[in-house]
Unconditional design. Structure first.
Length: 561
């Protein structure tokens, strides 16, 4: 394989494994390895024709993208760095077998993997790469559609270190100065002094309690404002350099001009921008600070979907990398991608963070997917206090469009929201009805009671879901969802997925897709072949004793009662 950079693609379809490579690999690994399994069972995960749209037609021939993609998957399966992966291609016989290389092939320079991941991060190529691999696995008979699947999420830490507000402002100014020093150094002659060199000449590392933090932050804000004024004279409008645009965003988020015309840092009283838009690091502008329960982090969320069929190996079918958003917002995208691959589940097991009445209705109506999970409990004050009349105590008549309260009062003040395509209903009881009610204190602290509930179909779906949660069969089926925790642990601990290896949402998603492919390959390659001579462990002496006396015993530890 040549060491020059990838310029154009010349597909090499049907490349066979050299005879010497195959003979040596079989002799040294008679039972095969994960890399050899990819070639034997799947004939490789991809072909060069699958990547034809990624490369221009003209130019020098480059490396095989199918081979590079396979190397990336094996790299993540074995937790190798780029240098170690390139060394494995040069030295490991099973890698040469999987890639169809001669034993004397020198491999490639490790930087080629970086270039390939950059191409993979463009658009939806990472999702398409996962789809191609799943299609190959499905064609091999190891994956089916419309089986039960489950989804869970976990947090991923940003590759950039966490910064205080003072460090963030200093580093943003320093990054803009570095950019201008490369593109327009003459501008800095009008601005940079010895004081600027002292403040921004090196990366900022502050202790936990720096001296005069407010005064220093004000000084950095004034410097940033002056720098942006100067840059805007050279780069008007939207032509600002990238780091100057980031600096401008940070300046708006953390500084303001008060009523007296003073430019100063924001305080808690002034308010801070919401975490969903606030930049936490100039090195990683897409990562966001998020809080869920007692967990706080700066980074992303990854949603992992896998099959959970008892008769087959569990296969990860979808990976979604999101910026701090509710879990339920990821479901439409997951179902849309699975639909394109014809891998939609019949039953989809999720936890309470994903469930909503609207989500269940949309999944069933648009994709014929039964979303199984507990709906969030009622949030009314009466339900939280476990005292008084909740919504379940009211009788709703959708045919007559009226609601009857526990005391027999009937309200006809029925409004559909929104009016054209209603998704919810609001009903209000008149103040005169509530004023003469002897149990008003148990119902509402105000002068009247208002009720909000979904439309008829969704209301019935909500009632059915809460009734199903008391059914032992429903609980037994939903118990399979807990297995997703093991996959998350494998994702995080087994493949170092807790922290991002790269910066930016797109490349982080590439990391997650390659990790999912590595897990799939490891799981599938570890299963027993059809013609295996494996024999189960013989029963112990005590088990033979139980069998002789016809005493029941579990045949498998998962069958314990």
């Amino acid at each position: 394989m040549p060491q020059e950079s990838v310029v154009s693609l010349q597909p090499r379809p049907g490349a066979e494994i050299p005879q010497l490579t195959a003979r040596v690999a079989r002799a040294s690994n008679p039972h095969g390895t994960t890399a050899m399994w990819i070639r034997d069972r799947l004939d490789g995960l991809w072909s060069d024709e699958d990547f034809a749209a990624w490369y221009p037609r003209d130019g020098r021939p480059g490396l095989s993208p199918a081979q590079l993609a396979t190397v990336c998957v094996l790299q993540y399966a074995m937790n190798l760095s780029d240098r170690q992966a390139a060394e494995a291609v040069r030295c490991r016989i099973d890698f040469k077998y999987a890639l169809g290389l001669d034993l004397e092939d020198p491999g490639f320079h490790h930087s080629v993997l970086t270039d390939f991941r950059d191409r993979l991060a463009e658009g939806d190529r990472a999702d398409r790469l996962l789809g191609l691999a799943l299609t190959r696995i499905r064609q091999a008979g190891m994956l089916k559609g419309r089986v039960t699947q489950r989804t869970d999420s976990t947090h991923v830490l940003s590759a950039a270190r966490e910064l205080t507000r003072l460090e963030l402002a200093c580093e943003a100014v320093r990054a803009a100065l570095e950019e201008l020093a490369r593109e327009a150094p003459e501008l800095l002659d009008e601005l940079v002094t010895a004081d600027w060199a002292e403040r921004y000449g090196r990366p900022v590392r502050l202790c936990s309690q720096p001296s005069h933090p407010v005064a220093r932050l004000s000084q950095v804000g004034a410097d940033a404002r002056e720098l942006l004024k100067l840059v805007s004279t050279r780069f008007p409008g939207d032509a600002l350099p990238e780091q100057a645009r980031v600096l401008r965003q940070i300046l708006v988020q953390h500084f303001l001009v008060d009523g007296r015309g003073r430019f100063r840092p924001r305080t808690k009283r002034d308010g801070q921008p919401p975490s969903r838009v606030r930049i936490e690091s100039r090195y990683e502008t897409e990562a966001r600070w998020t809080r869920r329960g007692d967990t706080r982090w700066t980074g992303y969320l990854v949603h992992v979907t896998e099959t959970c069929d008892d008769k087959r190996i569990n296969v990860i079918t979808d990976v979604a990398t999101e910026v701090s958003a509710a879990d339920s917002q990821a479901l439409p995208g997951i179902h849309a991608r699975l639909r394109r691959l014809r891998l939609l589940p019949g039953k989809h097991l999720v936890d309470g963070g994903y469930t909503s009445v609207a989500g269940m209705d949309d999944a069933a109506r648009l994709h014929r997917v039964t979303l199984i999970g507990p709906l969030p409990p009622s949030t009314t004050p009466q339900h939280r206090a476990e005292d008084g009349f909740g919504r379940e105590n009211f009788i709703i008549d959708f045919d007559k469009r009226e609601v009857t309260c526990p005391n027999g009062q009937v309200s006809g003040n029925w409004r559909d929201l929104p009016a054209k395509e209603p998704t919810s209903v609001t009903v209000r009881f008149d103040a005169r009805q509530c004023g003469r009610c002897p149990e008003q204190e148990k119902c509402t602290p105000g002068a009247f009671r208002s009720l909000y509930f979904p439309t008829r179909h969704r209301h019935e779906l909500q009632i059915k879901n809460r009734a199903d949660q008391q059914n032992p069969d429903w609980r037994r089926l939903y118990g399979k969802r807990s297995g997703a925790e093991g996959t998350i642990a494998e994702f995080v601990d087994g493949h170092r997925g807790r922290r991002c290896r790269y910066r930016g949402l797109a490349k982080t998603h590439v990391q997650h897709v390659l990790t999912a492919l590595a897990i799939n390959v490891e799981r599938l390659s570890a299963q027993e072949p059809v013609d295996a001579t494996y024999q189960p462990r013989p029963p112990t002496a005590f088990q033979q004793y139980l069998d002789a006396r016809s005493l029941p015993r579990p045949l498998w530890w998962r069958q314990g009662k």
